[in-house]
Design a protein around this ligand. Structure first.
Ligand code: 1HN
Length: 370
C-alpha cells in the first residue's frame, strides 16, 4: 500500500507557457476561478496528509499558566470560561488542537462559578487531578473528581461551581472546529449564576442511569447522546485492572498483549457517548510497546498516570502524568510504557464511521500492515 502512496504524480499535459495562457490564468484569477489541473495534488492526496502537526503540551507547563490566569483573569459572562486552548502549530493560529477537535485546560479558583450557557457543540471534561467542582448540567449538579469523564452533550445548559477553598483544573474537549467549518453553531446564554450550588455525591442522572446492564423502563428509546453525565474513575480503573488480571489468568481479553482498553459508551445504543466524539481509556503494562496504528480522523491523548515514550510518526516524546498530545489523521502512533501507563484518548472517529470514510492500519509484529 505505502509503495503506491509514495509514487510521485507525473505531469502529462503541461500546457505551453504563452501570453494567451497567461491571459487565461489572469482571467481565472479575476473571476475567482481555479483550474483543477493546478491544484489536484493538494485536493486529492494519495492518503491523508494533515496540516495539523503531531504536538505535545506538558502539564508542568500548562498548569502553572492556567494558575497564573486564575490570579489575573476573572471568569464570568462574556469570556464564559477560564479555558486555555491547545493551538496546533499547523492550524494557522486558530485555537484548534486538530482540524475537528478543541482541547483546553480550564481553571476555576476557590468558590468561583462559571456562568450557564448552552451551545450545539458537544463537550466533555476529563479530570487528571483535584476535585471540588460541580458541573451543573440542566440543573443537575455533577461532582468532578480525579479520573472522571463527564459529558455535556450539545444544547444542554451548563455552568460550573467550585465549592472548596482550593482551585481546580481539568481538560475540556469539544467539537468546536468541526462545528465551525460546517456552520452549524448555535449558542444561548443561561443564568449569570449557576442555577444551583448543591453538592451531592451523585447527580440525579447517575442515580437514574448508572447500574451496569439496567435501564429504567421509562427510558427505553435510543438517545443519540449518552444520558450518563459522569463515568466514574472507580469503574474505569476496575474494568482495566480486571482485563489485565484476566489476561494473567490466560484469557485473551485485551486489545493486544499487555494493553487493556475500554471505550466510554452510550447505554441506550451501545455506540459512542456523543455523535462527534469518541472517548477511550487505555492501560499499557510496564515494559510493553503497543503496535503502531494509524487511522483516519484525529485524536488527542492525555497521560493520566505513569511514564513512557510515545512515537508519533517518526518523532519520539517522553511523556508523564498530565501531558497532552495530538495525533493527526493517518499519523502512526505507538506507545512504550516504562511504568504502567494510563492514557485517556478522544477522537472524531464517530463522524467518519457514520460517513463510511473510516480506515485503520495496524502494524503487525512481522513488520507488515493490516
Ligand atoms: C465551554 O462552554 C466550556 O462549558 C469549555 O466548560 C470550553 C470553549 C468554547 C466555547 C464554550 C465549558 C469552551 C466552552
Amino acid at each position: 500500500m505505502s509503495e503506491l502512496i509514495d509514487q510521485p504524480i507525473t505531469a502529462h499535459n503541461e500546457p505551453e507557457d504563452t501570453p494567451e495562457l497567461r491571459a487565461l490564468y489572469d482571467a481565472f484569477d479575476a473571476e475567482h476561478l481555479i483550474p483543477l489541473w493546478k491544484e489536484i495534488g493538494d485536493l486529492m492526496p494519495m492518503a491523508p496528509s494533515s496540516s495539523a502537526q503531531p504536538h505535545l503540551w506538558r502539564w508542568s507547563t500548562l498548569h502553572p499558566l492556567a494558575a497564573k490566569s486564575g490570579d489575573l483573569v476573572p471568569v464570568g459572562r462574556g469570556g464564559e470560561r477560564r479555558a486555555i486552548a491547545l493551538a496546533n502549530p499547523g492550524l494557522s493560529g486558530r485555537p484548534y488542537a486538530t482540524p475537528t477537535l478543541w482541547a483546553a485546560i480550564q481553571y476555576l479558583g476557590p468558590r468561583e462559578t462559571a456562568p450557564e450557557h448552552r451551545h450545539t457543540q458537544n463537550a466533555f471534561r476529563f479530570v487528571v487531578e483535584g476535585e471540588g467542582v460541580w458541573t451543573v448540567v440542566n440543573g443537575d449538579p455533577v461532582a468532578m473528581r480525579r479520573g472522571d469523564f463527564l459529558l455535556t452533550p450539545g444544547w444542554n445548559f451548563h455552568g460550573h461551581h467550585n465549592d472548596t477553598d482550593a482551585p481546580m483544573a481539568w481538560i475540556d474537549g469539544l467539537d468546536i472546529p468541526f462545528v465551525h467549518y460546517t456552520d452549524t453553531a448555535f449558542f444561548e446564554f443561561g443564568p449569570d449564576e449557576v442555577s444551583t450550588r448543591e453538592t451531592p455525591e451523585r447527580s440525579r442522572a447517575e442515580r437514574l442511569w448508572c447500574y451496569p446492564g439496567l435501564r429504567p423502563l421509562s427510558a427505553l428509546e435510543p438517545q443519540h447522546n449518552s444520558p450518563i453525565p459522569a463515568y466514574r474513575w472507580e469503574y474505569t480503573d476496575r474494568a482495566l485492572s480486571e482485563q489485565l488480571a484476566l489476561e494473567d489468568e490466560g484469557f485473551a481479553v485485551t486489545v493486544e498483549p499487555g494493553h487493556a482498553a475500554v471505550r466510554y459508551t452510550n447505554p441506550t445504543t451501545g455506540a459512542d457517548v456523543m455523535s462527534t466524539i469518541r472517548a477511550e481509556f487505555h492501560r499499557v503494562r510496564a515494559g510493553h510497546q503497543t503496535a503502531g496504528r494509524r487511522e483516519v480522523g484525529s485524536a488527542v491523548f492525555q497521560v493520566f498516570n505513569g511514564e513512557g515514550t510515545v512515537v508519533l510518526g517518526d518523532v519520539e516524546h517522553r511523556v508523564g502524568t498530565g501531558d497532552l498530545f495530538v495525533v493527526p489523521s493517518w499519523v502512526t502512533l505507538s506507545v512504550q510504557a516504562e511504568t504502567e501507563l494510563d492514557l485517556f484518548r478522544f477522537s472524531d472517529t464517530p463522524i467518519f464511521e457514520r460517513l463510511h470514510q473510516d480506515r485503520v492500519e495496524v502494524d503487525r509484529t512481522d513488520g507488515s500492515r493490516s
